[in-house]
Structure formats: structure tokens, C-alpha cells
Design a protein. Structure first.
Length: 212
């Protein structure tokens, strides 16, 4: 049940992406709403291409989602205290493997895209000096009940730009869930072993699953 719910979290996050040239990353709310609009348009426009080659979804994710994801910070959050015991080279490899894993995972769940709609909460001013903020959105997937989702964003102090590092759906954090899932192997076999697992998962082809 938890695995299915996490897949749903990813599926709901994916439409929130867009062309990096068009979006102002210094405004978190406008960034999130703007990328959603552009991403939906691209997904609709390229459905025929995706049906012919599902791996094209990886291209969409690479181009439209990853510019707005702080995968390095997210990876460090997943690693937690394991960072202190790991070699720097192993941590860097884990970060890259985690990025590729995200691309493949989000591409796979994008196969579930069925024109869902997003309803963002009214814009709230970010308090001066804060480097973490949340943007809330309802996922409208009629006739199912709306799902409440929160995007966690972190501000880069030097550039002033915001990026997503986590998402919480119905109280479940994606990063916390992955940290729990991988914590045992990280402790027992180390960062590099988990990185190799992620690389293997990322290399798997994207497939459309039969709908039940």
C-alpha cells in the first residue's frame, strides 16, 4: 500500500515542470504554477511520441523537471548520518545515481498521466530570511477525492533561486520514506552499494503497464 502511495506522490509531482528559460526561480509560487502550465502542454503535445517510445519520458523529465529539483540536497537528506562515514567520491556517485534514479522513476510514473488538474493555494509571502518554504496544491482527479500535496522548496542563498527537494502527500514525505527504505543497506553495505542499486534501477526501460 505504501509503495503504491509513493508512486502516486511521484505521479502527482511530475506535471510540475517546465522549460528553464521561461521560469523565474526566484519566485517560488510563480515558479511552481508556471512550470505546471508549461509541462501539461508538453505532455499533451507529445503523447503520440511517448506512446511510440516510452523512454522519451526520460527526455521530458530531464529537460522539464530536473532544472527545478535540488537532487544533491535531497540525496544528502536521504543519506543522513551515513554521509559522515562515507568517502567523498562515494557520496558524489550516490548523488548522481540518485538523480538518474529520480529521472527514471518519474518517467515511469508519467505513464499514468491522464490529464489531472492542479489547484494551487493562494500565494503566500515568504518571510524575510527564510530559506525553506512550502507550496500547497490540490490534485483534482475526478471522480476520485482530491489529494492534498505539499512541495518543499529550498532557497540558494547565493543565487536567490528556489528548488524542490521534497514533497509530502497526506502526511507522507517522499524523502523520509526513501531514507527508511534504504537505511538498513546504507548502514550494512555502505553508500556505494546503494548507489550501484540505483544505477541499475535507473537503466531499466520505461514501460506502459496494463491498466486494471
Amino acid at each position: 500500500m505504501l509503495k503504491k502511495f509513493l508512486v502516486l506522490i511521484c505521479a502527482l509531482w511530475l506535471p510540475v515542470a517546465a522549460n528553464a528559460v521561461e521560469i523565474d526561480k526566484t519566485q517560488p509560487y510563480q515558479m511552481m504554477t508556471g512550470v505546471a502550465e508549461i509541462a501539461f502542454d508538453r505532455l499533451k503535445a507529445e503523447q503520440a511520441m511517448v506512446k511510440q517510445d516510452p523512454n522519451h519520458l526520460k527526455v521530458i523529465v530531464e529537460q522539464e523537471l530536473m532544472p527545478y529539483v535540488n537532487y544533491k540536497y535531497a540525496a544528502l537528506k536521504v543519506l543522513g548520518p551515513n554521509v559522515k562515514k562515507a568517502k567523498k567520491a562515494d557520496v558524489l556517485e550516490f548523488m548522481q545515481a540518485f538523480r538518474e534514479y529520480l529521472i527514471a522513476s518519474y518517467a515511469q510514473v508519467l505513464t499514468q498521466y491522464t490529464d489531472q488538474q492542479l489547484e494551487f493555494e493562494p500565494e503566500k509571502k515568504v518571510e524575510a530570511g527564510k530559506s525553506i518554504t512550502t507550496v500547497k496544491v490540490d490534485i483534482v482527479d475526478t471522480p476520485r477525492p482530491n489529494i492534498k500535496l505539499e512541495f518543499k522548496l529550498r532557497k540558494d542563498k547565493r543565487s536567490g533561486e528556489w528548488q524542490v527537494f521534497d514533497m509530502v502527500a497526506e502526511g507522507i514525505s517522499l524523502l523520509s520514506s526513501k531514507q527508511s527504505e534504504w537505511s538498513s543497506k546504507l548502514r550494512q553495505e555502505g553508500v556505494l552499494a546503494v548507489a550501484k542499486d540505483l544505477e541499475s534501477l535507473a537503466a531499466q526501460p520505461i514501460r506502459f503497464e496494463a491498466k486494471q
